[in-house]
Design a protein around this ligand. Structure first.
Ligand code: CTP
Ligand code: CA
Length: 225
């Protein structure tokens, strides 16, 4: 299906998407990250663009081509992702947080490579919590006034609907998309649950491209209504 045939459901709207993992440095050559491929976020950015939106994609370290017509900002860490997101948020109508943001980062980053001590003792790494990008945006003035529609993603291994609903409430967002991770990471297919104040709706297993278009249609319907 060619972009040309997609209905322009988001014409005139600005959509901001976070995607991929973050990378949290421990020293100049090491760090912690996760298996997020970025595929869902990139598919969503492409689908929003095809629907006529002006799209900015804040991407963690992934090897994916930028969808045509999408503005991409590459970041590494959660804190960089937050800064880039907050820089774009004032102009956005929709924010979709698909990124698998590392919940913690090493409390200290060594400027030099950490060497093995002669004693053979393993280092103990202390972690500190990263900012919650979605929650920060959702608690901002624009989201609270209804000018910015925020959508979260929840990757869970169990009790998907219950965990997704708890996140919806905790983060104060109108819509969250649940998917069964880590089974979805890196795959081209996905299966999603849409959870909102009304209830739960299942989007059956399909390609991330198809699901992204369905999600775009759901978002367009909600911001129009
Ligand atoms: N999220 C975010 N910034 C973070 C953590 C999460 O923006 N520091 C966003 C994700 O992009 C996703 C949503 O919040 O849209 C839910 O992420 P998830 O990791 O499932 O939830 P957490 O609140 O981090 O809880 P937990 O990992 O303990 O399940
Ligand atoms: Ca998390």
């Amino acid at each position: 299906v060619v972009a040309f045939f997609q209905p322009k459901l988001l014409a005139g709207k600005r959509v901001l998407v976070t995607a991929g993992p973050t990378f949290e440095a421990l020293d100049p050559i090491r760090g912690i990250t996760n298996h997020s491929s970025g595929k869902m976020g990139f598919a969503l950015a492409r689908a929003a663009r095809e629907a006529g939106a002006d799209v900015t994609l804040v991407a963690g370290p992934v090897h994916l081509p930028t969808p045509r017509g999408v503005t991409r900002i590459d970041v590494k860490s959660a804190r960089e992702m937050l800064q880039a997101t907050l820089g774009e948020e004032p102009r956005a109508d929709v924010f979709v947080a698909t990124a698998a943001v590392a919940d913690w980062r090493p409390a200290a980053q060594s400027e030099q490579k950490i060497k093995k001590p002669a004693s053979g003792a393993a280092p103990v790494v202390a972690f500190t919590e990263n900012p919650d990008i979605l929650q920060t945006v959702a608690q901002g003035a624009r989201a609270r006034s209804g000018a910015l529609f925020c959508v979260g993603f929840a990757a869970e291994t169990h009790d998907l609907a219950a965990h997704a609903r708890a996140k919806l409430v905790r983060k104060g967002i109108p819509l969250i998309v649940g998917n069964i991770g880590p089974l979805t990471f890196g795959l081209d297919d996905n299966q999603m649950l849409l959870v909102d104040a009304q209830g739960v709706r299942e989007l059956p297993r399909a390609s991330k491209t198809v699901l992204a278009r369905q999600l775009v249609a759901e978002i367009a319907r909600r911001i129009a209504g």
